[in-house]
Ligand binder design. Structure first.
Ligand code: SB7
Ligand code: NI
Length: 183
């Protein structure tokens, strides 16, 4: 069973790597890892289990966050219409997206970031994601709202991107704080 001990934190270079494609059909080992990730996310939202195992509630987790640089993530999140998206995906990719952007009003957080980072994270309002489920089925998902935001957050982890990299003014702020940095 995965717990917070398995979650790597910022500063660990694995979070900055571009993760490798998973070779399909997925091996029994990769399926087991992804199923464990999905169970972890589900458990983290169960108040009793979360307290018992000291889990921080999360709506998703990406493989690099458990130190595995492979393109897979698990989500367990309910949209604004009460539809539950509970799945593990191998090699997920955005095949199209809206021009329009959105953001979560309160900003975002991350299981790999043990601090509050204020600021709005711009995300596409709508995306179409393709990928292969734990069951080996190729799916195409049209997403919007919170679920679209969560999928983009997890996809970013597969490309070494942290949510705060996208906060408006992040680079300007960094330059002000660390003026010796170029670019
Ligand atoms: C806020 C939180 C998340 C996604 C989008 C908005 C996920 C938090 C858990 N994770 O760190 C998963 O990578
Ligand atoms: Ni995260």
């Amino acid at each position: 069973m995965l717990t917070m001990k398995d979650i790597v934190r910022e500063g660990n270079p694995v979070l900055r790597e571009v993760a490798e494609e998973v070779s399909l059909p997925a091996s029994a080992e990769d399926k087991k890892i992804l199923q464990d990730m999905l169970d972890f996310v589900i458990n983290s939202q169960d108040p009793e289990l979360a307290e018992k195992y000291e889990l921080r509630a999360g709506v998703g987790v990406a493989a690099p966050q458990i130190g595995i640089s492979k393109r897979m993530f698990a989500v367990h999140v309910t949209d604004e219409q009460d539809q539950l998206y509970s799945m593990g995906l191998f090699n997920p990719r955005i095949v199209s997206h809206s021009i329009e952007e959105t953001h979560l009003e309160g900003g975002e957080g991350c299981l790999s970031v043990d601090r509050d980072v204020p600021g709005l994270v711009p995300r596409y309002s709508r995306i179409t994601v393709k990928g292969t489920t734990l069951e080996g089925e190729e799916v195409s998902l049209r997403l919007r709202g919170l679920v679209a935001i969560v999928f983009q957050h997890e996809l970013d982890h597969l490309n070494g991107i942290m949510f705060y990299d996208r906060i408006e003014g992040f680079k300007d702020k960094l330059k002000k704080e660390l003026p010796h940095l170029k670019g």
